[in-house]
Design a protein around this ligand. Structure first.
Ligand SMILES: NC(=O)c1ccc[n+]([C@@H]2O[C@H](COP(=O)([O-])OP(=O)(O)OC[C@H]3O[C@@H](n4cnc5c(N)ncnc54)[C@H](O)[C@@H]3O)[C@@H](O)[C@H]2O)c1
Length: 275
């Protein structure tokens, strides 16, 4: 196992990663495995989740794969129960799945809006409810928002709206779960090369418009999610006791260590309000 995350060890803890088969979820699962957590790799892509679980166990960590489609309420409780009976406890939840229909608002259809809201908000809420109900007191929940929660471009309006809403959802959970000492944070990544952002990579003009905004001329890479220090490996950071409750970590420029935590007062256990 890597010693990269020696500061933020999670030995003896059990982490559930939703969307573990790809991109940021995959990198998060590997980072949590590196940090000593037992990782339940869940995804609707069963083979992909298994591959990541195998990668963790192959490196000496503890992991198991679970097939889970968070759009289907009827499956979620049974899968989460299965995770608890396999690992005996749940301490950390990371939720990553989202969809983006890139299209200007004036022509957005109801169906497209439903698709984006259903996964990005409703399914995220649903799986967070199910896991939080079964989580140990003192646990940690990390929802994946986006830099789009604070900035928007043409064609990103509905996705951006769900990501902004997700920040408030995280704060709402933080307020309601504070009495159980469960910390809830939202991560707001900048553009990272993953299957979700494949359309950007395929369009040279679009890609360079983003890439030219940083000194290295390429976008964030999900492999950075696995590396120390904590600012570029945010899941172990948020899962440890270092993060403030209800904060949003904007990981817009991971290589330049842009990491801002805007703490809220309401659910805070001593955190300063720096909104
Ligand atoms: N990639 C970026 O540039 C970027 C930037 C900001 C925010 N984000 C956010 O990060 C998160 C992860 O993005 P990514 O780029 O890693 O995506 P990705 O497409 O690489 O991975 C998403 C994973 O979620 C799984 N998934 C999709 N629907 C599911 C469902 N219904 N149930 C269970 N699993 C499901 C997929 O199978 C896939 O493994 C998203 O919330 C996204 O909005 C990404």
């Amino acid at each position: 196992m890597k010693k990269a995350n020696a500061v933020f060890r999670l030995d003896g803890k059990v982490a559930v990663v939703v969307g573990a088969a790809s991109g940021i979820g995959r990198a998060s699962a590997l980072a949590l495995g590196d940090s000593g957590a037992s990782v339940a790799c869940t995804d609707m892509d069963a083979a992909g989740a298994q591959k990541v679980a195998d990668e963790i166990t192959g490196a000496g960590g503890k992991a198991a794969a679970f097939t889970l489609d968070i759009r289907k309420r009827e499956n979620i409780d049974a899968v989460v129960e299965g995770i608890r009976s396999r690992f005996q406890r749940i301490d950390v939840l990371v939720v990553t799945p989202a969809v983006n229909v890139r299209k200007r608002l004036l022509t957005y259809t109801d169906d497209e809006m439903d698709r984006v809201i259903d996964l990005n908000l409703k399914a995220t809420l649903r799986v967070t409810q199910a896991v939080a109900q079964r989580m140990e007191d003192g646990g940690s929940i990390i929802l994946t928002s986006s830099i789009r929660s604070v900035t928007v471009e043409p064609g990103q309006g509905v996705y951006a709206a769900t990501k902004a809403a997700l920040v408030q959802l995280a704060r709402g959970f933080a307020v309601e779960l504070a009495s159980r000492n469960i910390r809830v944070n939202a991560l707001a990544p900048g553009v990272v090369e993953t299957p979700l952002t494949e359309p950007i990579k395929k369009n040279a003009e679009w890609y360079s418009a983003y890439a030219n905004r940083n000194r290295r001329r390429w976008l964030g890479r999900s492999s950075s999610w696995r590396q120390a220090p904590a600012v570029i490996s945010p899941e172990p950071y948020c899962s440890s006791t270092a993060a403030g409750p209800g904060s949003t970590a904007v990981t817009n420029r991971p290589y330049e260590r842009a990491f801002h935590a805007a703490r809220i007062g309401g659910a805070s256990r001593g955190g300063r309000d720096r909104r």
